[in-house]
Design a protein around this ligand. Structure first.
Ligand code: ZN
Length: 180
């Protein structure tokens, strides 16, 4: 049994912007350990704090057997375009082809307070962009094209009934990159 239940689309916590981490203590370290267990149990390659109901800016990840955590991540630069089939533990069972920048330059901090300065591309860049979106209260459904969104409404109906939450609408029309 995973330590945390992963919040599912419709849960308002997933739409809130998370606050900066200002304090690293034993409670945070324990939470992070539990988030790794929850992520591996799912299984997934990334899990952001809001997905377990914690409004703080950090996420855990492991896409190449090198587990990591980044606090207060910021994308300082992004380049290119990359289309990739993307899913989310908070939108279980569904995935869509989504275009995002191919390369990103990310800054943040590790648990010891050291600054992280990362150049990422392809899959790692995708994972980081997805998780950083969670810290902004943005789910992947907000990156869908109009056509994908119409199909998503049908697919999400079952989830919506199960979770009794509202179907999320994009905050801003055309947010993110448009498909051609
Ligand atoms: Zn996600």
């Amino acid at each position: 049994m995973a330590p945390h239940a992963i919040r599912i689309i419709g849960d308002p916590v997933l739409k809130q912007k998370a606050a900066e981490v200002t304090r690293v203590d034993g409670a945070l370290a324990k939470l992070i350990d539990d988030m790794f267990v929850t992520m591996y149990d799912a299984p997934g390659v990334g899990l952001a704090a809001p997905q377990v109901g914690v409004q703080q800016r950090f996420f855990v990840y492991d896409y190449d057997d090198e587990p990591g955590v980044i606090l207060n991540p910021v994308i300082v630069e992004s380049r290119g375009e990359f289309e990739f089939v993307e899913g989310c533990l908070s939108v279980p069972g569904l995935s869509w082809e989504i275009v995002r920048p191919a390369e990103i330059h990310v800054k943040g901090y590790d648990l010891d307070g050291n600054e992280l300065d990362l150049e990422l591309d392809d899959y790692p860049a995708r994972v980081f962009q997805h998780e950083i979106d969670h810290l902004e209260g943005v789910l992947l459904v907000e990156h869908l094209t109009e056509e994908q969104r119409r199909e998503a409404r049908k697919a999400l109906r079952e989830l919506r009934l199960r979770n009794a939450g509202p179907l999320p609408e994009p905050e801003v029309a055309g947010r993110g990159l448009r498909l051609p």
